[in-house]
Design a protein around this ligand. Structure first.
Ligand code: SF4
Length: 468
């Protein structure tokens, strides 16, 4: 029986950008005939020949997870080759390389720094040309040869925009990377160390990629990056300018934005966001409601700017879904300062709050800050915000009961039956009285018109019915 191409699995940590880049790597391997296997180590999992781990460095927890997964992969898959890339690999390559304790049979762990991650898009073709086969036992040697061949030509940062998957595993919406890196130096952030200064995809290329998604039948695309508020192409177009250009150059496709900086909402951008094909869902990187803490974090806005931003977004959209990021337990955050964060969250009434405990990161300004907050207090503050978030979500859903929204069907399977899942334009997870019983199940990615009927069993979700 002819030997087949090697199989592979991908484990991704971190943000939407990392997810998108993993999708592109998987797509490149699948196009070369490599078989994608679900990630799984341990009992009953089908071992893949190649394991890819795409890492994150935002928190020490993310790095711990990566190390644990690397060790587990090497230990439980003695035949497999393991490639580690991403932001943690960018900053701690040497430390990661020590995790391969020279297991029997030579080198099996390969670390590709984040800024050379796009070079991995070439690996499948190299392995095909080298005759790589599943179970042949020479995969690591071939990867080592690729490394040596690539070492000189490691793709410099300019190629940060080569991650354009032909298709997306969720099939419900497309993702478009329009920006990478960041020019800010927030005191707690390691991302800017790992991904470097801000770079932007030329608007013409962004339009071509968005049109390609529209032609493939995607009804929605998420524009993503590290800090898309810093989008600025060679022509000097900012985010608002890009959105106008994309809307003018496409017909139907809806656009959703990943996250925005509160101080990045110029009046021009706000006016562009009013466009009906821009989704009424905005995620603001707020981080704190305390002027003192925002100042210590090196954030360039105050709580009043956050409230103004939320107010402007509510002026241009009918009750948009407003969410935010908050870091609790930043050095110097007393109970009184934290209360200011709770107050602003209550006043704005966010429909969701992503709250994270501060993670002290090497190489950041805050690494040496005094007045640390105990992990317990930071965790309690996350719980307090989670309670506020759940309340905000319930109140948001209740305001939409009886109203109609556009929604896109998510991949689901019979086990969820009879309820079908969809995501509404205003970012609600809808559980739809399903057509399963009527035999016409809309495919993932289908655009529907739905009426919200109430809270679903799970307070995060809304029950809805299809009306068109
Ligand atoms: S804006 Fe601040 S937190 Fe966000 S990526 Fe840039 S430096 Fe990091």
């Amino acid at each position: 029986m002819p030997l087949s191409k090697p199989s592979f699995s991908i484990y991704t940590l971190g943000c939407k950008l990392n997810q998108l880049e993993s999708e592109a790597l998987a797509d490149a391997l699948c196009r070369e005939g490599f078989q994608l296997l679900p990630w799984g180590t341990g009992e009953g999992a089908v071992p893949a020949d190649l394991l890819l781990i795409n890492t994150c460095t935002v928190t020490s927890m993310a790095e711990q997870k990566a190390r644990r997964m690397i060790r587990k992969s090497l230990r439980e898959n003695p035949e497999a080759s393991v490639i580690v890339t991403g932001c943690y690999a960018q900053l701690e390559r040497a430390a990661i390389e020590t995790l391969d304790s020279g297991s029997s049979g030579g080198k099996r762990l390969f670390v590709v720094p984040g800024d050379a991650k796009s070079a991995l898009l070439e690996l499948p073709r190299f392995l095909t040309a080298a005759g790589a086969e599943s179970g042949s036992g020479n995969l690591s040697a071939l990867i080592e040869a690729w490394f040596k061949a690539e070492a000189g030509a490691a793709v410099i940062r300019a190629d940060a925009f080569r991650f354009v998957p032909g298709d997306f595993s969720s099939h419900s919406r497309g993702f478009l990377k329009i920006q990478d890196g960041c020019d800010n130096h927030c005191a707690y952030c390691r991302v800017t160390l790992a991904r470097g200064p801000s770079v932007s995809l030329p608007a013409e290329k962004a339009l071509a990629d968005l049109k390609a998604l529209e032609e493939k039948g995607y009804r929605e695309a998420v524009l993503t990056g590290v800090n898309i508020s810093q989008y600025c192409d060679e022509g000097g177009r900012d985010l608002g300018g890009l959105l106008e250009y994309l809307l003018a150059g496409t017909q139907e496709i809806r656009i959703r934005l990943s996250s925005l900086e509160p101080d990045g909402l110029s009046e021009d951008l706000v006016q562009t966001l009013a466009h009906q094909r821009l989704r009424p869902h905005f995620h603001l990187s707020v981080q704190s409601g305390s002027p003192l803490i925002l100042g210590r974090m090196g954030r360039a806005y105050g709580p009043e700017d956050v409230e103004k931003a939320a107010g402007r977004l509510r002026d241009i959209k009918t009750d948009p879904f407003l969410a935010c990021d908050i870091i609790t337990g930043f050095p110097g955050e007393t109970a009184a300062e934290f209360e200011k964060t709770c107050e602003i969250c209550r006043r704005i009434g966010f429909a969701w709050i992503h709250a994270f405990p501060y993670s002290r990161r090497p190489g950041t300004a805050a690494w040496s800050f005094k007045n640390p907050v105990s992990e317990r207090d930071a965790a309690e503050r996350v719980s307090a915000l989670l309670r506020l978030a759940k309340q905000g979500r319930r109140e948001y859903i209740s305001r939409w009961i009886g109203k109609e929204v556009e929604a896109i069907v998510e991949g689901g399977d019979e086990k969820d039956a009879p309820l079908l899942q969809a995501t509404s334009e205003n970012y609600l997870k809808l559980l739809l009285d399903s057509p399963y019983t009527q035999g016409t199940v809309p495919a993932p990615g289908t655009l529907l018109r739905c009426r919200i009927r109430g809270q679903a069993a799970d307070p995060f979700d809304a029950a809805a019915e299809i009306v068109g």
